[in-house]
Design a protein around this ligand. Structure first.
Ligand SMILES: Nc1ncnc2c1ncn2[C@@H]1O[C@H](COP(=O)(O)OP(=O)(O)OP(=O)(O)O)[C@@H](O)[C@H]1O
Ligand SMILES: [Mg+2]
Length: 466
C-alpha cells in the first residue's frame, strides 16, 4: 500500500513562519488544532508526523484529542516547548510519553526539519517491526506508557478501569452487599466474580442467578429449595440456589428485572439471613455474600414503582459502576487485540492483526453493546475476513473510518459531548461540580444536557465505592 507523508502542525497560536520551509521538503503540511475528528482526516495508511507547538498551550479538549491522535500507530510526534513548560505535568507527560523528539523554542528550521525526518524514520522502522512483510500495519503493544492491568478475567489500562479494579479490591475485603450497575456487556458479571475471587470466600461457591429469567411462581423453589413431598412432583429434596452458595457469594444478576411479586421474599431473606425450604419447617441460617447487578436505571425503576426501594437499599450498600466501553480510550484496542489472540484459531486462514482502517473504526464507533459487542464483532471478523489483516468492513464498521466526512458542527458536537460526559463521570453526575470543571454555569450545563440528550442519572450511579 502506498503511503503519503503528512506533517501536521498543531498550534493554538498564529500560523508559524517556519511552515513554508517544511512544505519545500515535499511533505504535505496541514496546520490545525487537534480537533476531535482530526484523525479521520488522515488516511490510515499515511504516515504522519505531528508537530505539536506546546508554547501557546492547549485546552483540555485539544489535549484529549491529541492523546487519541498520538495513540494511532502510524502517527508520531515532535514537540515544541516554550521556556519552563516541562514543569507543567500535562505537557511533560505528553512530551515525554508521546513525542519522538522535543525541541525548545527558539530552534532553527534545520533542527526542526531534521527532527521531522528522523520521526518519519522511526515511524517507518516501527511499521517494519510490527509488520515485517511491509504490507500493512499491526501493533501489538500499547505505547505511551500505558500499563495493562488485570483483575481476574478483566483487563484494562484506562483511568476508569484502574479505579474500578481498586474498588473491587476494597469491597472484596468486606462482607457488605455490593451493587454493580452498568450498561449491557460492560463486564458486570466478571466484576462480581473478581470480587468473589479477591474475598476470603474464594474457594467457596460462587452461585449466579438470573433474576429476570425465573418466573415468580418458581422463584421460591429455585432460591430456597423444597423438601421431599412438599408438593406433587417433589419426589426428592431440592437444595435451592441460596443454600448452594453457602459460605460463598450469591450473585443476583439482572436484579432490576426481578418481578415485583418476587421482591418481598428476597427482602425477607436479606433481612433475616435465614431461609426455609418449601415444605420445611426449620429456618436455615445462611452465610452468603450478596452481589447484585443490573443494566436497569434503578432510580427510575423505583420512581415508577417497579422496584421496591427498601430492597434496593438492602442490596446497594456498596456501589460499583462499570464504565461504558466508549469512555475507555485505548482499552478498546487492547480488548480487540486480546479477542483476536483468543479466537484467532476460529479461522482456517491466519489472521495476523487489524488493518489501520479497522483500528480507526474501533475508536470512532460508539459501542452500544460494549465489550460483549466488541468481542462478537472481532470473532465474526476473524471468520469472515479474507485478508491477513481484519479491515473495518470485516468488523462491519466500514462507515466509521476516516472516509466518512464530518461537518464542523458534528465534530464540535461530538467533542462537546465527550468533554461533558467525562466531567460528569469524574464528578459522579454532580451538575454543579461538573459545571465548575467546565467553567460554565449549572444552568448552561443543564441546557447542554437537554439539547444533547445526555442522561445525567447514568453518571449519578457512577459513584464507585472507595
Ligand atoms: N475488562 C474486560 N476484560 C476482558 N473481557 C471483558 C471485560 N469486560 C467484559 N469482558 C467480556 O465481555 C463479555 C461481557 O461481560 P459480562 O458478561 O461480565 O458483562 P455484563 O455487564 O454482565 O453484560 P450483560 O449486561 O449483557 O449481562 C464477556 O465475554 C466478558 O468476558
Ligand atoms: Mg451479565
Amino acid at each position: 500500500m502506498k503511503t503519503t507523508r503528512h506533517v501536521l502542525v498543531l498550534t493554538a497560536g498564529p500560523q508559524p513562519e517556519w511552515m513554508p520551509d517544511l512544505e519545500s521538503q515535499f511533505w504535505s503540511v496541514t496546520s490545525s488544532l487537534p480537533t476531535h475528528e482530526l484523525r479521520r482526516t488522515l488516511r490510515a495508511s499515511d504516515l504522519a508526523c505531528v508537530v505539536i507547538d506546546f508554547s501557546h498551550g492547549f485546552d483540555v479538549s485539544a489535549r484529549m484529542a491529541l492523546e487519541r491522535l498520538l495513540a494511532l500507530p502510524h502517527v508520531g510526534a515532535v514537540g515544541l516547548l516554550g521556556p519552563d513548560q516541562l514543569a507543567d505535568p500535562v505537557v511533560r507527560t505528553l512530551a515525554v510519553d508521546h513525542c519522538f523528539d522535543v525541541l525548545s523554542v527558539p530552534f532553527s528550521p534545520v533542527q526542526l526539519t531534521l527532527s521531522i525526518a528522523s520521526a518519519f524514520d522511526m515511524l517507518k522502522s516501527r511499521m517494519r517491526e510490527l509488520d515485517p512483510d511491509g504490507n500493512e500495519l499491526q501493533r501489538t503493544g500499547l505505547k505511551g506508557g500505558h500499563q495493562v492491568h488485570v483483575e481476574g478475567s478483566m483487563v484494562g489500562s484506562c483511568e476508569a478501569m484502574i479505579s474500578l479494579f481498586r474498588s473491587i479490591r476494597k469491597v472484596a475485603r468486606t462482607d457488605a452487599p455490593v451493587f454493580i450497575s452498568g450498561e449491557s456487556g460492560t463486564g458486570k458479571e466478571l466484576t462480581a466474580q473478581a470480587i468473589h475471587e479477591r474475598s476470603e470466600r474464594r474457594g467457596r461457591p460462587f452461585v449466579a442467578i438470573n433474576c429476570g429469567a425465573i418466573p415468580p411462581h418458581l422463584l421460591q423453589s429455585e432460591l430456597f429449595g423444597y423438601e421431599r413431598g412438599a408438593f406433587t412432583g417433589a419426589n426428592q429434596r431440592k437444595i435451592g440456589r441460596v443454600e448452594q452458595a453457602m459460605g460463598g457469594t450469591l450473585f443476583l444478576d439482572e436484579i432490576g428485572d426481578l418481578p415485583f411479586e418476587s421482591q418481598a421474599s428476597l427482602l425477607r431473606f436479606l433481612q433475616e439471613k435465614t431461609i426455609e425450604r418449601i415444605g420445611g419447617h426449620q429456618p436455615i441460617d445462611v452465610d452468603v455474600r450478596i452481589v447484585a447487578a443490573t443494566h436497569v436505571d434503578m432510580p427510575e425503576a423505583i420512581a415508577s414503582g417497579r422496584f421496591r426501594e427498601d430492597l434496593f437499599h438492602r442490596l446497594c450498600v456498596l456501589h460499583l459502576d462499570e464504565p461504558p466501553l466508549r469512555v475507555r480510550g485505548m482499552d478498546i484496542e487492547l480488548l480487540a487485540r486480546r479477542a483476536l489472540d483468543r479466537h484467532r484459531s476460529d479461522s482456517q486462514r491466519r489472521v495476523r492483526g487489524f488493518a489501520p482502517d479497522a483500528i480507526t473504526a474501533l475508536y470512532c464507533y460508539g459501542w452500544p453493546g460494549n465489550v460483549r459487542e466488541l468481542i462478537n464483532r472481532v470473532r465474526r471478523a476473524i471468520v469472515m475476513s479474507e485478508h491477513p489483516f481484519i479491515t473495518a468492513d470485516d468488523l462491519d464498521l466500514g462507515e466509521y473510518t476516516q472516509s466518512r466526512t464530518v461537518s464542523l458542527a458534528e465534530a464540535r458536537e461530538d467533542a462537546d459531548r465527550e468533554i461533558i460526559e467525562r466531567a460528569l463521570l469524574r464528578n459522579h453526575g454532580s451538575l454543579s461540580k461538573a459545571a465548575g470543571d467546565l467553567r460554565i454555569s449549572r444552568v448552561t450545563l443543564s441546557r447542554l444536557l437537554r439539547t444533547r440528550g445526555i442522561d445525567v442519572m447514568a453518571f449519578r450511579s457512577s459513584r464507585n465505592s472507595g
